[in-house]
Ligand binder design. Structure first.
Ligand code: BGP
Length: 466
C-alpha cells in the first residue's frame, strides 16, 4: 500500500536502546553475584562474559551518554544471580542496590527504564537442579519476580518477562550447558516457562501500580520460497512453531492448535499440571515486546531425510525439520557480514501480522546490525552501514504505524558495544564504541560512533526526515 503521507511517530514514542546484563555488565563475580549458565562460557579465541563492557563499573558514565544521546527509554536486563546468587534463597543486597542506583540514575536523566527479568542467564545453581525441566524453577522465578516488583515497581513501569523464549527452545545448545535436551524435554521447559511468565504477569498487576508487562520473543514473518501452496503450508508450519506458539500463549493463554497437533504427532506434548491452563488464561500482557532481526524463507518439507540440514546455527539461521519445513534461499535480500538477512520491509510485514493477530501495543525491544566496526586513525567510528540499516528499518516502522499498527517504541540493539551471543566482541552493535577487543581489554574507553550523532538527531526530530 502506498500512502500520500506517512503518519508521524507518536509524540511520546519510546525511542530507546537495549542491552542485557551478562553481555554488558562484566563484574561476573563481584559484590556477591552468583554464577549463571553464561559464566560457564569460556571460548578460546573470543571474549567471554567476565568483563564484557564493564558497564557495572561505568554505569554512571554510560547513563550520561544515554542522556546525551537523548534516549527516552533504556531496555536492560536484571541479572537473576546478582539478586539471588543461588537463584533462590538468600537475597544479595548489593545486587538490589546496583539496580536501584541504575534506575535512579536513569530517572534522574529523564529516561524510562524498561526491565527484562530474565535474558538467557539462568542461575547455575538452578541449572544444576534441572533448570527449566524442573518445575521448582517456576516457583523460583515467581519469588524472584516478586522481589523485583517490590524493589523497583515504584519506579519501573515497563517490564518484560523472558527474553526470546522461542530462541531458547529452538536453539537450545547455549542455554543447556553440559547436556543436549531432547525435544520432549524442551517442550516441557517451554511449558514451564509459559507458566512462570504467566505468574509473573499476574504478580506485576498486583504489585506494580500502573505496571505494564509483556513477553519479548524473537518474532519474524516467514516467507514461502514460491507461490507453490506446499511452500505456503511449510511457511505457515514454521511461523506457527517459531512465533505464534509463543504469542498465542502469552496473549490468549492457550496452545496454538496446529502446534499442539505437531506436539501430539511427534510425541512432545508437555505434562500440564492441574490449574496451569487457568493460570495461563488469566495472565494478560499489556503490550508485546518484539525482537526483530530478519525474516526467514522456507520451502515444502519432503520428509525424505534431508529436510533438516544441521549447520552452525545461531538464532537467525533456519535449520529445517523433517516433514515440517525445509530452509530455503531468498535472493531478494542482502546479507550482513555475519550471514544474517537484511529485510527492512520484513519488519513492516512482521509488525502488521502481529498487530492483526493480537491488537496489543508493540514495543520493538531489539533490532540492529552486527558489524566489525573499526576505530579509525581520526579517533572515530564511521558506521554509515548501521545508519543505512536503521534508516531503512525506521522508515518501515513508520509505514507500519501508517498501516495502523500501535507501535509504542523502538529500542535498537544495542546502546553500547557488548559481547555477542556467538561471535564475541568482533560483532558490534552499539551506538557507543567500547575500546577493547576479544581478549585485550585495553582502556574500555567509550567513543561515540557516527550512528550516535545520527540517532541523536532522529530522536530530537521524533523520526526520520521524509
Ligand atoms: C538476540 C538476543 C540478544 C543479542 C542479539 C544479537 O537474539 O536477544 O541477546 O545477542 O540477538 O545476537 P548476536 O549477539 O548473536 O549477534
Amino acid at each position: 500500500m502506498f500512502y500520500k503521507n506517512c503518519k508521524p511517530f507518536p509524540n511520546n514514542f519510546l525511542w530507546g536502546a537495549s542491552t542485557s546484563a551478562y553481555q554488558v555488565e562484566g563484574a561476573y563475580d563481584e559484590d556477591g553475584k552468583g554464577l549463571s549458565i553464561q559464566d560457564l562460557h569460556h571460548p578460546k579465541d573470543i571474549a567471554d562474559f567476565k568483563v564484557a563492557s564493564d558497564h557495572y563499573h561505568h554505569m554512571k558514565e554510560d547513563v550520561k551518554l544515554m542522556a546525551e544521546l537523548g534516549l527516552r527509554a533504556y531496555r536492560f536486563s536484571i541479572s537473576w544471580v546478582r539478586i539471588l546468587p543461588e537463584g533462590e534463597g538468600e537475597v544479595n543486597e548489593k545486587g538490589i542496590a546496583f539496580y536501584n542506583e541504575l534506575i535512579d540514575e536513569l530517572i534522574a536523566h529523564g529516561i524510562e527504564p524498561i526491565v527484562t527479568m530474565y535474558h538467557f542467564d539462568l542461575p547455575l545453581a538452578l541449572h544444576e537442579k534441572g533448570g527449566w525441566n524442573n518445575r521448582d524453577t517456576i516457583k523460583a522465578f515467581e519469588v524472584y519476580a516478586e522481589i523485583l516488583f517490590k524493589s523497583y515497581g515504584d519506579r519501573v513501569k515497563y517490564w518484560l518477562t523472558i527474553n526470546e523464549q522461542n530462541v531458547m527452545i529452538n536453539h537450545p545448545n547455549a542455554m543447556n550447558p553440559g547436556k543436549n535436551p531432547s525435544k520432549k524435554e524442551l517442550y516441557q521447559q517451554c511449558h514451564n516457562m509459559f507458566v512462570a511468565s504467566a505468574k509473573a504477569i499476574k504478580l506485576c498487576h498486583q504489585l506494580v501500580p500502573n505496571g505494564k508487562i509483556g513477553p519479548a520473543p524473537n518474532i519474524t514473518a516467514i516467507y514461502p520460497e514460491k507461490c507453490n501452496p506446499a511452500d505456503v503450508i511449510a511457511s505457515d508450519n514454521w511461523e506457527s512453531l517459531r512465533c505464534w506458539l509463543y504469542l498465542d500463549m502469552a496473549v490468549y493463554g492457550r496452545y496454538h492448535s496446529l502446534v499442539w497437533s505437531y506436539l501430539e504427532e511427534k510425541g512432545y506434548t508437555p505434562k500440564i499440571e492441574e490449574g496451569e491452563m487457568e493460570i495461563l488464561a488469566e495472565a494478560k500482557p499489556d503490550f508485546l515486546g518484539v525482537n526483530y532481526y530478519a525474516t526467514a524463507t522456507v520451502a515444502a518439507a519432503k520428509n525424505d531425510g534431508n529436510d533438516c540440514q544441521p549447520r552452525n546455527g545461531d538464532q537467525q539461521v533456519m535449520i529445517g525439520e523433517e516433514g515440517v519445513y525445509r530452509a530455503a534461499q531468498n535472493d531478494y535480500l542482502e546479507i550482513t557480514e555475519f550471514g544474517w538477512m537484511i529485510d527492512s520491509i520484513g519488519l513492516r510485514v512482521t509488525l502488521r501480522r502481529i498487530y492483526d493477530r493480537y491488537h496489543l501495543p508493540i514495543l520493538i525491544t531489539e533490532n540492529g546490525l552486527g558489524a566489525k566496526d573499526e576505530l579509525t586513525s581520526d579517533g572515530a567510528i564511521h558506521d554509515e552501514y548501521r545508519i543505512d540499516y536503521l534508516t531503512r528499518h525506521f522508515h518501515q516502522a513508520q509505514l507500519a504505524i501508517t498501516d495502523g499498527v500501535d507501535l509504542i517504541g523502538y529500542c535498537p540493539w544495542s546502546f553500547i558495544d557488548l559481547v555477542s551471543t556467538h561471535q564475541g566482541y568482533r560483532k558490534r552493535y552499539g551506538f557507543v564504541y567500547v575500546e577493547r577487543d576479544e581478549k585485550d581489554l585495553k582502556r574500555l574507553k567509550r567513543i561515540k560512533k557516527d550512528s550516535f550523532y545520527w540517532y541523536q538527531n532522529i530522536i530530537k526530530q521524533n523520526g526520520i526526515e521524509e
